[in-house]
Design a protein around this ligand. Sequence first.
Ligand code: SF4
Length: 283
Amino acid sequence: MAALQTATPPSQAPRAQLIHIEVDRRLGHEWDEWNGRPLPGGGDFSAAPGLFFRYAALTVAVATAAVALLLYLIGPRLAVLWAPLSQDLWIALGVLAGLSTLYLSVLAASFYGGRNLLPERLMERGPYLQLMNYTSLVARGFGKRDWVEHAAIDVYNTLAERRGRTVGKGELLVLIPRCLSKQALDGVLEIAGRYEVPVFVATRGQLARRVIRERRPRAVVAVACERDMMTGLRDVAGKLPVLGLTMQLPNGPCRDATIDLGQMERWVQGLVAEAPARGRTRQ
Ligand code: SF4
């Protein structure tokens, strides 16, 4: 019996279509929801510090109202468990709201008054970092995230810079992201070369933390967009003095970012210039 050979020559075998997706950038996860449209203001989220203080006050009010509502709803059940419990919790909430308002007032007085009224552990390297992050969450609900974060970082930098910290050349680290434009990158390398400061490209927050763990700097000048800077400051600034330089994103997130090189040089110069070998801290 003759068999009909129908095998397709290898060259004509059906092949899966290979679809090439050309990407001109690798988005950081902070920008996952970016819709591809140009960013508002050409990617410059500069905002007056007052914007942060307004949103921080709103955050304290929202948090107090949320806990008050919860207490109102579960209060009767708590009273069944133990009669004074509900009343005690209301008093605790009142005290907490009062302390938060007082803290915010001291913060604003420090910022606008030109003198830090609390030590850094109670201010920019302490509860302020949490306040920044909660305020950012509330600002997201109003579509003002990047501007409020920018203002919060500006307030943080002002308070941190006023400490007048200086360190030895080998004790400062400059951390930059992978998205800088060529011009910005050249500028950073030039400044770092001038002050003999090592520069690391931190492609992810995890890597940045590893570099810090291994190099053990005594201060860091970090460059990132507002979104990345918020997480970086939250994770690192409590343990190590950090100044955070935000960027402009004229071509959208994660590509061709530009920075204020003059500001970077002032910070690097201020941190390493005339520092004695062991470094010192004023104020
Ligand atoms: S720092 Fe640059 S690469 Fe990182 S998330 Fe921000 S824009 Fe993207």
